[in-house]
Design a protein around this ligand. Structure first.
Ligand SMILES: [Fe+2]
Ligand SMILES: [Fe+2]
Length: 196
C-alpha cells in the first residue's frame, strides 16, 4: 500500500486521469496521513464516494442517451457527447479517490442515502428517456436539475481529505460540474430564443 511502485489502473479508469492526478504531486500511495478512521466512519465514506461515482456514471449514461436521441441536432448531440465524456472522467477520478481510502479521507458530512436517491433518479430518467424521446428543452431542464442537485451537496466542502491533492481533485471536479450548469443553461437560453 505504501510502496513506491506505481499501482495498476483501476478498472474503467483511464491512464490519462491517473497521469493527471499524479501530475498534481507525489504519488498518492506515499505521504498519507498516518491515522486510520474508525471502521464505521470509513464504511460511510466509502458509501458516499461510491454513490458519487455512481451519479457521475449515471450522468454520463444520461448524456450519452441524449446524444443518441438528439442525433439529428448536431450541436446538441455534440454538447451531450462532450458532457458525457467529462462525466466519465469524473467517475474515474472518484475511482482514484476510492483507491486512496481509507488513508486519505478525514471526514464526510454527506448524506449517502440522499446521494443514492439522486443516483436512482438519474437512472430512472435514463430509462424513461429511452422509452420516450424528450425534447431538447425538457432534457436540458432535467440535466440542469440533476447537475444542480449534485452541486448543492457541496461535496468539495463536505468531504475532507488529509491529502491536499485529493482535495484539489475534488474541487476541480465540482468546478467542472458547475461549468456544466453554465453550459447547459446557455444551451437552454439558445433553445428558448430559437424555438419559442
Ligand atoms: Fe461530474
Ligand atoms: Fe456534470
Amino acid at each position: 500500500m505504501h510502496g513506491t511502485a506505481p499501482r495498476p489502473a483501476a478498472p474503467g479508469f483511464s491512464a490519462t486521469v491517473r497521469e493527471l492526478f499524479l501530475a498534481l504531486g507525489p504519488q498518492i500511495h506515499r505521504a498519507i496521513a498516518p491515522a486510520c478512521m474508525p471502521c464505521e466512519a470509513a464504511d460511510d465514506v466509502l458509501r458516499v464516494l461510491r454513490a458519487c461515482r455512481a451519479i457521475e456514471l449515471a450522468m454520463a449514461g444520461l448524456y450519452e442517451a441524449l446524444a443518441e436521441i438528439h442525433q439529428r441536432d448536431p450541436s446538441m448531440a455534440a454538447l451531450w457527447r462532450k458532457t458525457a465524456r467529462e462525466e466519465t472522467n469524473h467517475a474515474a477520478q472518484f475511482s482514484l479517490l476510492l483507491e486512496a481510502i481509507p488513508e486519505t479521507i478525514q471526514e464526510s458530512a454527506l448524506d449517502a442515502q440522499a446521494l443514492e436517491n439522486l443516483h436512482q433518479a438519474v437512472e430512472n430518467t435514463v430509462e424513461e428517456y429511452r422509452l420516450r424521446s424528450p425534447s431538447v428543452r425538457e432534457a436540458l431542464v432535467a440535466a440542469i436539475d440533476f447537475e444542480e442537485a449534485m452541486d448543492k451537496t457541496h461535496a468539495h466542502q463536505a468531504l475532507v481529505f488529509s491529502d491536499p491533492r485529493c482535495q484539489r481533485m475534488l474541487v476541480a471536479m465540482m468546478a467542472a460540474d458547475s461549468g456544466h450548469i453554465t453550459r447547459l443553461r446557455a444551451a437552454l437560453h439558445r433553445v428558448a430564443l430559437s424555438r419559442p
